[in-house]
Design a protein around this ligand. Structure first.
Ligand SMILES: Nc1ncnc2c1ncn2[C@@H]1O[C@H](COP(=O)(O)OP(=O)(O)O)[C@@H](O)[C@H]1O
Ligand SMILES: [Mg+2]
Length: 362
């Protein structure tokens, strides 16, 4: 679902940026601080309702203004019409997100019509950050892949929160807890099953992408499901009940899951160079994007600061892969580095320059 028109108002130094991107490749260049990352930040904001740079909304709303707005028209391939989507964030925290002018109940609806993948210099965090980062990565793919996932996830999460509240209060019997645990087990097992199924699909695509990036790396992905892999979730919950009552929280379950990224020598984080880690993370994200595109869904790829930590050969490989992915791409770069790569003549490539928060089509 390519983005056909984008209006950004009061996001950082972008007071009023309006442009029509290419449905394929968009290259944004400009000096540091000109506002390139802010353009990607605005697109990301529209897709997921939050920035990738900061959790504090006040940091991205332009100083001395009360609200920021991002508005876009995206293609709706099913009906061949344009869909208007918009998000307004007020300084007091309120969010007003709309599709076709109608206020939406949950930001998930935006993510569903307008999925984005981001590769940026912080991408390493996927390997070095807490398990939550990798769970979110995995769940993004599961969510887009399996329509049953979101309801199971929400139900399980609610049951988990209720269980933890109960445990914190203390003085609870195993029998009472067991009664509560039925729903938790039922929904948590679905969440777990969806994650396993998705990872099984992601794995071969990831291996192919990693090879195509000429990384020369052998990397395995394993799902630690949050408890002993030999046990069902029901068995794990039952085995953990007395311990949970004693310590006042839930020890096992999908909330403890992690995606283990390993080489033959150990954790990818401890055994690979920064540049290699960046390739692995890029391969993970491209593989996830590839699966989405293959399932007929649209995807928008944001690549911030392409040259950072990648050599010329690998930059070119990355561009080549992105080009064949058949999704809309936005790439930022300070200088001419990204011109190293020769895009195919049939690809619609648009160059934009950023200067002091103003964007112009070259
Ligand atoms: N809340 C804000 N209000 C106004 N300007 C901001 C705000 N936050 C950051 N900026 C400025 O906006 C610019 C953002 O630049 P950025 O998008 O990071 O540029 P680039 O990616 O091109 O280096 C910087 O010049 C920064 O000083
Ligand atoms: Mg930047």
């Amino acid at each position: 679902m390519p983005l056909r028109r984008l209006d950004i108002c009061n996001v950082r130094n972008l007071s009023n940026v309006r442009f029509e991107p290419s449905p394929q490749v968009n290259l944004l260049s400009g000096v540091n601080g000109s506002g390139k990352t802010s353009v990607l930040e605005a697109i990301h904001l529209l897709s997921v309702g939050r920035s990738f740079r900061s959790h504090k909304h006040k940091t991205y709303i332009q100083n001395e203004t009360n609200e920021c707005v991002v508005f876009a028209q995206v293609e709706n391939p099913q009906t061949d019409t344009l869909l208007s989507i918009g998000l307004k964030r007020l300084r007091d925290g309120e969010i007003d997100a709309r599709i076709q002018g109608n206020k939406i109940q949950s930001l998930v609806e935006l993510t569903d019509v307008f999925p984005v993948q981001l590769i940026n210099p912080d991408a390493f965090r996927l390997l070095e950050g807490a398990p939550k980062t990798r769970r979110q990565f995995l769940d993004w793919g599961v969510f887009h892949h399996n329509p049953d996932f979101i309801n199971a996830w929400r139900g399980w999460h609610k049951a988990l929160k209720q269980r933890n509240t109960l445990l914190r209060r203390g003085k609870i019997s195993i029998d009472l807890l067991a009664a509560f645990d039925q729903e938790l087990i039922r929904l948590g097992s679905i969440v777990n099953q969806c994650r396993h199924e998705y990872l099984a699909r992601l794995l071969p695509v990831f291996n192919t992408v990693l090879a195509r990036l000429n990384s020369g790396l052998e990397v395995t992905l394993q799902l630690y499901q949050g408890w002993d892999s030999q046990k069902s979730f029901a068995e794990a919950v039952i085995a953990s009940q007395s311990r949970d009552i004693e310590s006042g929280y839930s020890h096992t379950g999908p909330q403890r899951a992690d995606l283990k990224v390993k080489t033959a020598m150990g954790d990818a984080l401890d055994t690979l160079s920064r540049g290699q880690q960046k390739l692995v993370v890029s391969a993970l994200k491209i593989a996830q994007g590839q699966l989405l595109v293959d399932s007929g869904k649209p995807l928008l790829f944001l690549v911030d600061d392409l040259p950072a930590e990648l050599d010329k050969e690998h930059r070119a490989k990355l561009c080549q892969l992105l080009e064949t992915l058949n999704s809309q791409i936005f790439i930022t770069s300070v200088g001419s580095e990204m011109m190293d790569y020769r895009w195919s003549e049939t690809t619609d490539v648009r160059h934009f320059s950023m200067t002091n928060g103003e964007l112009s089509h070259d």
